[in-house]
Ligand binder design. Sequence first.
Ligand code: 3PG
Length: 211
Amino acid sequence: MTVHETWQQLADHALVPVVVLDDPAAALPLGQALVDGGLPVAEVTLRTPEALAGIRELAGYGGLLVGAGTVLTPQQVDLAVEAGARYVVSPGLSRAVVERCQAIGVPVLPGAVTATEVQAAVELGLEAVKFFPAATSGGPAAVSALAAPFAGMRFVPTGGIDAGNVADYLALPAVLAVGGSWMVPRAAIRAGDFARVRELTSQAVAATRGR
Ligand code: 3PG
């Protein structure tokens, strides 16, 4: 799959669940809850020692687009891709992370919230960035202002987004998809409450209809 095709898949789903996994055994029931909720996408953050094992489990689960989040180093790029991640997300714009992804042909979504950062992403040949942390970086108004000079750049706002404000971001043409953890609460995953994840996921998916 090309970079463009991968981003098109995210655009088709409009949402990217950002997952923190404390137990790889939760990966499969979580994947099932996301699929049942109508959102076969997961960005598993490398914030826990269990994340790579979780990516490995989810990558083997058919029909789920699995990415790795919170990727901070080229070494983590390799580990995540070896575990089966099909795209890489970074909270900031690291040239080393981006170049490693480009060298091995893996789509990368680095964080960018200023004109300088977005311009650096353009120079690196990227077509999409993560607008993170979205809420504290100016929210939808900032995404809109930033999109104006960078025609063609697409944004994935993430951070501080929930059911109450997701529509404000999805209304912007420059928004490729919106990321967030509100449909995959860490506490619910820890408690094994996958019915809750499924319910929140279907509600979130319903909120994207008509996009
Ligand atoms: C991320 O890593 O993308 C964020 O931590 C997700 O932000 P949220 O938990 O505020 O949705």
